[in-house]
Design a protein around this ligand. Structure first.
Ligand code: 4AD
Length: 459
């Protein structure tokens, strides 16, 4: 290091502000001397100069290494992903050139401790994660490395912002956060997808949904939400099913079904507004999904029976290849074609009792159906499932009987109907599915850190 130079300030690569002055041109005022730390994202040699794009998780910075520094052994043998400390003057990029934040760091010093050096040769990261001749599964084995890529990391940066946006939106609505247990002894969404485990000699499960626990919070916390993991032993490989997913769930007290629909619509739009209001997040979204705009409100509302008619009219068959009829589940493929054709958010409401969960309130005007809703998004399909809840003790007991569930295991849930029942409802939103829509990702697997699905439990 040259001790005659000014003491550097240490900054993250996205840092801007009046304390960082850029040198403009070659004979202008000096730029601030800064110290940065990060990994080599890319590097290229151009004549006597070494250009490095440094990455630190906050941003990218162009580094220019020239003169004697560029001729050092470490500069000549520099490999991608090597960690470095670099000090230099921060300058405007020359006219016509482009770099992140229109600036570059002209290095006067760099340091690479021996163990910070990344492997080179056959073991170089570019050889290990190159998509050529590599299966998707192999790339997922290497997700701890592929996550360093621009698209993967962008999605996860948006994910961080989305989680904060939910916290903000819920806080604005005075909905309180709770944290229900993941180890449970009740099923919520059917026995077929339960992960069972031995719990000190008793049978227990990984939770499929925190809904039933959220319902127990209404009498003492008012409206509540949680952002927790839910687990489903999904025995099929699709682009929107995970075995472990992040579930944004809320439960609202003393509401009507209409209130529930308006709330879900508000929440989705408010989260988007918060994301767009943050320039960094908005820039990530713009790169990933340039077409994303704020959906117009109110969302299209379509009763299940009308959705069935729509599918018949549009020649979209059910899973058996036959025209849809009342009582059919709207399977993933049909749902996706529907959302792609309509191409805007849709609320499908009033699903038949037989194809929905035991806890759903029956519609008073048509007892074949429930006060239920799925929210579908273009390109993804269902991202939210919600309903009003059966609030009458006898009706709930009848539902347990119909579904063959032992009310004894649900005694704590049943107590809610004994001690101050209320008209209430709620929903669950799959965070990875919301992200797949926002970031235009083909599969939810790319919207979480380390996806879990049938056959994969690593890294
Ligand atoms: O429609 P679901 O099964 O509803 C419930 O679990 C309710 N108990 C929630 C509630 O009312 N509190 O799931 C809700 C949402 C789905 O719309 C979907 O977005 C997501 O959770 N989801 C999954 N996401 C990824 N992988 C899976 N296997 C999922 N299963 C559900």
């Amino acid at each position: 290091q040259d001790p005659s130079l000014p003491e550097p300030i240490t900054i993250k690569l996205d840092e801007v502000g009046d304390h960082i002055k850029l040198r403009k041109g070659d004979d202008g005022e000096k730029g601030t001397r800064v110290r940065v730390l990060g990994r080599v994202h890319r590097e290229r040699k151009q004549k006597e100069l070494l250009f490095i794009t440094l990455r630190d998780g906050y941003g990218y910075m162009q580094i220019v290494v020239g003169g004697q520094l560029a001729k050092t052994y470490d500069a000549i043998t520099l490999t991608r992903e090597t960690s470095m400390e670099i000090i230099g003057e921060i300058c405007e990029v020359p006219a016509g050139a482009r770099a992140p934040l229109n600036r570059e760091l002209r290095a006067d010093y760099f340091h690479i401790p021996a163990h910070w050096k990344a492997a080179g040769g056959d073991d170089a990261i570019t050889n290990r994660v190159s998509a050529d001749n590599q299966s998707h599964a192999h790339l997922l084995d290497l997700r701890h490395l592929t996550l360093r890529g621009e698209t993967s990391s962008s999605v996860l940066l948006v994910r961080d912002a989305v989680e904060y946006a939910f916290l903000t939106a819920y806080r604005e609505l005075k909905i309180r956060k709770v944290s229900p247990p993941a180890l449970v002894q009740t099923q919520v969404e059917g026995g077929a997808t339960l992960f069972k485990l031995d719990y000190y000699g008793q049978e227990a499960y990984l939770t499929q949904s925190s809904q039933l626990y959220l319902e127990t919070c209404l009498p003492f916390m008012g409206n509540v939400f949680c952002i927790e993991k839910s687990f489903r032993a999904e025995k099929s490989l699709t682009r929107r099913h995970l075995s472990e997913f992040t579930h944004v769930e809320a439960e609202l007290d003393f509401i009507t079904f209409d209130d529930l629909l308006s709330h879900i619509e508000h929440l989705i739009c408010r989260v988007l507004e918060i994301l767009f209001a943050d320039p960094v997040t908005a820039a990530h979204i713009k790169t990933l999904n340039p077409e994303l705009t704020m959906p117009s409100r109110p969302f299209l509302r379509m009763r299940y029976s009308d959705a069935i008619d729509w599918l018949v009219k549009n020649d979209i068959p059910n899973e058996e290849g036959e025209p849809h009829k009342f009582g059919d589940d709207i399977a993933e493929a049909a749902e996706r074609r529907m959302t792609d054709i309509i191409n805007k958010p849709i609320f499908i409401t009033h699903f038949p009792r037989e194809i929905k969960a035991f806890y759903m309130q029956v519609d008073k005007d048509d007892t074949r159906v429930t006060e239920s809703v799925d929210c579908l998004m273009p390109g993804v399909g269902e991202i939210v499932g919600g309903s009003m809840r059966l609030d009458d003790y006898d009706a709930l007991m009848a539902a347990f009987k119909r579904e063959g569930l032992d009310p004894e295991a649900y005694s704590w849930y049943v107590d809610q109907r004994k001690y101050g029942s209320s008209p209430h409802g709620g929903y669950g939103l799959g965070l990875e599915r919301l992200l797949a829509w926002i970031c235009k990702q083909h599969t939810v697997r790319d919207c979480c850190l380390y996806p879990r699905y049938m056959g994969r439990c690593k890294p």
